[in-house]
Design a protein around this ligand. Structure first.
Ligand SMILES: NC(=O)c1ccc[n+]([C@@H]2O[C@H](COP(=O)([O-])OP(=O)(O)OC[C@H]3O[C@@H](n4cnc5c(N)ncnc54)[C@H](O)[C@@H]3O)[C@@H](O)[C@H]2O)c1
Length: 373
């Protein structure tokens, strides 16, 4: 039976989630609420569902299984804590937009409370719910990458001096870490998805002259060096429309190991795999001239629309809840989102201290479920 879903927040992203739920057979979207009631009225009317001004009213009047929190706020995350906690206390499973919060204490509290109440808390870490990421997971699972060596990730919006428009949005205007907190959730979660937990972080950040001249505080360029628990190293370069990435499009991630390398380009579009030279196959080292690489296997997804990541990710959450997967197996969980935020706060601390090495706070331990064994 489809899960009964209520959405909190009816603006751009709430509308996006509503469409995904309407299209998904695992979802029965029953209501939407927004503090600006006219917004939920409009979105609810579009989809023929009920409209409320508050989550309290929505919970009092509807039998919901899942509350999907699509609020935003300062640094895109300050309005998440209240509705997430309210929904958890009411015994509902929760999917929350990213970043899980702009406040690390609140993020830790949400994750801890969901675990105490034995409820699912998922986060919309949608960027790795794609065909290229599925293929990359397969390369890792089948041992085609081998022992991990490095991960290089670039993620940011194309731009430059001529296209720069100072932002006056309250969510970003006075927040030097707007880009860091609102956006690095995605690349950090992708790096961790493929390479595991990060144990060391060192960061340099700045903004280009044209932002500085406009009086902007935001550090929009982030250069972050990391070490993973498994010993691999990693590098993340992110920027917010200050430059235009060349190779790999608006985001690319390359992961290399002792047996091969994959690189995802343009998020949804393409993944290439290069086998490491091997005496027994086509990429024999003796046949490679200096500077030559083995031929890659290129898989084009045929998808160019980043928007497809939303229904993909939402479907995965609905599927996990429907199948009652062990809580710790939830894909893109609140704990996964907390990890990305711990790395973000470690990067901020490193930058503020002039680039010192920072060890992110450990994640809550996974306890295991005796009933799932
Ligand atoms: N996953 C992605 O790829 C992606 C992309 C863009 C944005 N986002 C995230 O989506 C979220 C929402 O973005 P947006 O641009 O739609 O935000 P927005 O601020 O434009 O809209 C949020 C809506 O929530 C309502 N609201 C806030 N608190 C409420 C509460 N307690 N109860 C009821 N209504 C409440 C507001 O009135 C507003 O209409 C942000 O956290 C953002 O980071 C994710």
């Amino acid at each position: 039976m489809a899960l009964r879903v209520g959405i909190v927040g009816a603006r751009g992203i709430g509308g996006n989630h509503a469409s995904a739920h309407m299209e998904d057979e695992l979802s029965d979207l029953v209501a939407i609420c927004d503090a600006r009631k006219e917004r939920s009225d409009e979105l609810a009317a579009k989809h023929g569902v009920k409209s409320y001004a508050t989550l309290r009213e929505m919970l009092a009047n509807e039998e919901l299984d899942v509350v999907d929190v699509c609020t935003g706020g300062n640094e895109n995350g300050s309005w998440h804590f209240e509705p997430v906690m309210e929904a958890l206390e009411a015994g509902r499973h929760v999917l929350v937009e990213k970043p899980i919060s702009n406040d690390i204490t609140e993020a830790r509290e949400m994750v801890a409370r969901a675990a105490e109440l034995d409820l699912y808390l998922g986060c919309n870490l949608n960027h790795y719910f794609t065909k290229p990421a599925e293929k990359a997971d397969e390369y890792l699972r089948e041992g085609m990458i081998g022992e991990l060596g490095y991960c290089v990730h670039r993620m940011g919006f194309p731009g430059g001096e001529a296209s720069y428009v100072p932002s006056d949005a309250p969510r970003s205007r006075e927040f030097p870490y707007f880009h860091v907190k609102a956006f690095l959730h995605h690349p950090f979660s992708i790096m961790r998805h493929f390479c595991g937990d990060i144990t060391h972080v060192q960061a340099f950040m700045d903004r280009p002259g044209f932002r500085r001249n406009a009086g902007e505080l935001m550090v929009s360029v982030n250069s972050i060096h990391v070490k993973f628990a498994n010993g691999a190293v990693g590098y993340l370069l992110s920027q917010r429309g200050d430059y235009t990435f060349g190779l790999g499009g608006w985001w690319s991630v390359e992961v290399a190991g002792s047996k091969g390398t994959f690189c995802i380009e343009n998020c949804v579009e393409k993944v290439s795999y290069w086998p490491a030279p091997n005496p027994e196959d086509a990429a024999q080292p003796q046949n490679l001239g200096l500077g030559q690489s083995p031929e890659p296997v290129v898989t084009e997804s045929g998808v160019t629309d980043f928007g497809t990541t939303f229904p993909n990710r939402i479907h995965a959450f609905l599927e996990d809840v429907t199948n009652s997967v062990p809580r710790e197996k939830l894909r893109a969980s609140g704990r996964d989102a907390l990890a990305a935020l711990e790395y973000t706060f470690a990067a901020i601390e490193s930058y503020e201290e002039g680039g010192v090495l920072v060890r992110p706070a450990p994640l809550p331990t996974l306890k295991g479920d005796p009933l799932a064994q």
